[in-house]
Design a protein around this ligand. Structure first.
Ligand SMILES: Cc1cc2nc3c(=O)[nH]c(=O)nc-3n(C[C@H](O)[C@H](O)[C@H](O)COP(=O)(O)O)c2cc1C
Length: 137
């Protein structure tokens, strides 16, 4: 199975999760700006939330996709917890005609005084297990 792990991260929280996912699947994690001309079986896309929005780089990445860029998309994301990124991502991806898996992975990300130390080792282990579950069966 041809898998692409792609993420957006300003502060490194989402990057840590992306790298754990990539490690579990024996592949590499790419920043949204680096991932071009995708043609894969499974796109695992991760993003964070800033002022209740997706980063504009995430929006531009999704905009660059078409209905054949991936046979299936699975979403992961981090935020302080007030807002999760999945609704916005799913809406934009669905508009592109891309099928999005129901199994999102949310990991709380450290921000100011919130979620200190997250993602932690347990979060990263959960991310690895989630990634493996996506390719089983
Ligand atoms: C400028 C800024 C705005 C943020 N706004 C929100 C927000 O509206 N809702 C929320 O739940 N988290 C918010 N957060 C927290 C981030 O989503 C969280 O720290 C996330 O893990 C950051 O991921 P990153 O380190 O990969 O960039 C904000 C963080 C920053 C830096």
């Amino acid at each position: 199975m041809n898998i692409a792990v792609v993420y957006q991260s300003r502060g490194g929280n989402t990057k840590k999760v992306a790298e754990a996912i990539a490690r579990a699947l024996h592949t590499a994690a790419w920043e949204v700006e680096e991932a071009k001309n995708l043609d894969c079986d499974l796109l695992i896309l991760g993003s964070a939330v800033y002022a209740a929005q997706l980063d504009k780089k995430t929006k531009a990445f999704i905009d660059s996709l078409n209905g054949t860029s991936a046979k299936r998309v699975a979403l992961f994301g981090t935020s302080a917890g007030g807002r999760k990124p999945f609704g916005m991502m799913r809406k934009a991806l669905t508009k592109k005609g891309l099928p999005v898996d129901d199994r999102d992975l949310f990991i709380p990300g450290a921000w100011t005084f919130m979620n200190k130390g997250r993602p932690n080792d347990q979060d990263l282990a959960n991310a690895e297990a989630w990634a493996k579950s996506l390719i089983e069966g």
